[in-house]
Design a protein around this ligand. Structure first.
Ligand code: CTP
Ligand code: MG
Length: 597
């Protein structure tokens, strides 16, 4: 798994990719005014630092030498003026660039989430949750960094350097060339550093991902770790992963620790050269002392953007890699396709027909083979079969979570592929094998925040499936908080809640994938009664594990290794002495014994 992470998440490419950049700039379009404003402001603000150095020259060479007090005061005031102006502009610049960055990533995040919601379940079967979460959080965040500081600051740094060079050559081109003699070393050093940092940065990310996934998995499985007394072993493994992470971090600190002093060293050399050469020129009267002063200031300003450039490089590189991953997700079109002109459905009777249906999750590895059966409106149909026989798959294709490979599924005589999938799902409610609860309240978990499902309807549904009793014993009753995945509720309670949810939606067709987990007898009776309530007045397909449900069914469909092998009623099928008879002997007969005991 860790290897997998490296493959997709930690590949760092170029710091600038024109194709990706073009697409990213598409998101800037609505805010191009901010962008233009920021760039223009940057060009102006960048000039102020170097300008002050030139003003120093004027003060020294003209005012001080010429004993011009008034002029000196004016120049000093001008210096203070530029400082104030620069501070104010800096405020606007920071504010508007951050604002732009935040708005762009808000848009992108919404777009990404909307896209993820549309993806077919097939995609989620194959993609770890952590990876999808990373796209919407970390990856988008690194784009924010690029939009709000990266791009704009790169511009300002470039302009600072250009202004400084301009002022330098304007004052004294020879001294400028002497100063710039350290430049090749600087470029070479930065290049080396960039390469080293890039490699170590990739290692840091890789080990961090390892640490995160290890943490996530173990917190989720804490119960298993504790029951098998694996705390010490797991701690040892964690320590070793953590030690790897520490090592790569220390490596990367090493490069920074070398790079910054190296830049400092080169800037001191440049300063020494200025003083040596400039001083000589002053002695020979070919240069003024003011120029020397100005150069000393300029050289200091010159090295800062160069030093920062390596940070900017990292920001850009991370952003490019992130945007590539985000776009890859946005370009993923694993959708369950809707027809161009869907057949309109006003009402549904509930007649279901499977005609020679073939289905595979992968390639032609069929898990359902040539399935055919009919369900008339109002019938309750039980589907039975060994584990892995294809029962859940059967309902996955009826709801179009997945599309079938061959054959046809019809609802009221209309092919479900010709319907809008949202319309189709309006008529179907599903109670899954593992109940899924969202964090929220009991109420919101029954209504799923649908405005049509009023409080009265919620309570009515809960009463009718027998969930009202336990809910009214909760401190806040229907407003009781439900934790993520319903961790504070028992298995039976969660099931009753999911029944109430299905009933509140009052669907024409109900699909129930009975859970196999056993509950106490009292809850079992509650659940049985709830199921009976759920099944009245609608077409129902139940993947049954309870003998009671099966015995009451109008039709039992027996699945075996992806095929329908027998169809009939309980007594008929028993009389056949086929697969159902065997299943009954193995699985269901015991239930009869325990219930009557
Ligand atoms: N399967 C798959 N990909 C999925 C889900 C299931 O390849 N996303 C495969 C399973 O490995 C299994 C077959 O499809 O071999 C049928 O699975 P399913 O319909 O879920 O079996 P059930 O009959 O529902 O089994 P159970 O009683 O255990 O729920
Ligand atoms: Mg199943």
């Amino acid at each position: 798994m860790a290897q997998d992470y490296k493959a997709d998440d930690e590949v760092l490419g170029k710091a600038y990719d024109s194709k990706l950049m073009k697409r990213l700039l598409g998101y800037v379009k609505p805010y191009k005014k901010y962008m233009a404003f920021a760039i223009v402001l940057n060009i102006i603000v960048a000039a102020f630092g170097p300008l002050r150095a030139v003003l120093t020259k004027v003060a020294i060479d003209d005012n001080i030498k010429g004993k011009d007090y008034h002029g000196l005061l004016m120049v000093t005031l001008a210096m203070i003026g530029t400082l104030v102006f620069q501070a104010v502009m800096q405020y606007y610049l920071t504010y508007y660039t951050q604002l732009m960055g935040q708005r762009i990533i808000y848009d992108l995040r919404v777009k990404l989430f909307a896209h993820i919601e549309k993806l077919a379940l097939k995609y989620f079967d194959k993609t770890p949750i952590g990876r999808i979460v990373t796209r919407v959080t970390n990856d988008i965040e690194s784009l924010n960094e690029m939009f709000s500081s990266g791009i704009v600051n790169v511009f300002s740094d470039i302009f600072i350097v250009i202004w400084i060079l301009g002022f330098m050559f304007f004052m004294d081109w020879k001294l400028s060339l002497v100063t710039l003699s350290v430049f090749p070393f600087l470029i070479y050093g930065t290049f080396l550093f960039r390469k080293k940092v890039r490699d170590s940065y990739r290692d840091v990310r890789f080990h961090l991902a390892r640490l995160n996934s290890y943490m996530q998995e173990h917190v989720t499985g804490m119960g298993v770790v504790q029951i098998f007394n694996k705390e010490n072993e797991e701690l040892k493994r964690f320590s070793s992963i953590n030690a790897d992470y520490r090592k790569v971090n220390i490596d990367s600190i090493f490069y920074y620790a070398v790079f910054y002093p190296a830049v400092e060293f080169l800037s001191s050399i440049a300063l020494a050269l200025i003083i040596w050469y400039g001083g000589g020129e002053i002695i020979h009267n070919t240069m003024t002392i003011g120029v020397l002063f100005a150069f000393i200031q300029l050289i200091d300003q010159f090295f800062r953007p160069i030093r920062d450039l390596s940070d900017k490089y990292n920001i850009m590189q991370t952003a490019m890699a992130s945007s590539e991953r985000v776009f890859k997700l946005l370009d993923n079109n694993t959708f369950v396709k809707n027809p161009e002109v869907p057949v309109e459905l006003k009402k549904v009777e509930g007649k279901i027909e499977f005609r020679n249906v073939w289905f595979a999750y992968n390639g032609d590895d069929y898990v359902l083979k040539d399935i055919s059966f009919n369900i008339t409106p109002g019938q309750t149909v039980a589907i039975v079969g060994a584990t892995g026989a294809g029962k859940t798959s059967l309902i996955n294709i009826l709801t179009r979570f997945y599309d079938i490979n061959k054959g046809k599924i019809c609802l009221d005589g209309i092919d479900i592929k010709d319907m809008d999938k949202r319309e189709l799902r309006k008529f179907i409610s599903i109670v899954l094998q593992d109940v899924f609860l969202f964090s929220g309240t009991i109420k919101s978990n029954i209504s799923l925040n649908s405005p049509e499902i009023t409080d009265e309807k919620i309570i009515e549904a809960a009463k009718s499936v027998g969930a009202h009793k336990f809910i009214s014993q909760l401190p806040k009753e229907y407003d009781e908080e439900v934790k993520e995945k319903g961790a504070t509720l028992s298995v039976g309670q969660k099931q009753l809640l999911s029944f109430a949810r299905a009933l509140a939606y009052n669907p024409q067709i109900l699909i129930l994938d009975e859970a196999t987990s056993s509950v106490d007898t009292e809850t079992e009776i509650l659940i049985q009664r709830a199921i009976e309530k759920l099944l009245v007045d609608r077409t129902a397909i139940v993947i049954a594990h309870r003998l009671s449900t099966i015995q009451n069914a109008d039709q039992i469909i027996v699945m075996h290794k992806g095929e329908v092998r027998e169809i009939g009623k309980h007594q008929e099928l028993l009389a056949k002495r086929g697969i159902y008879y065997k299943l009954y002997q193995l699985q269901y007969k015991d239930q009869e014994v325990t219930r009557t005991a």
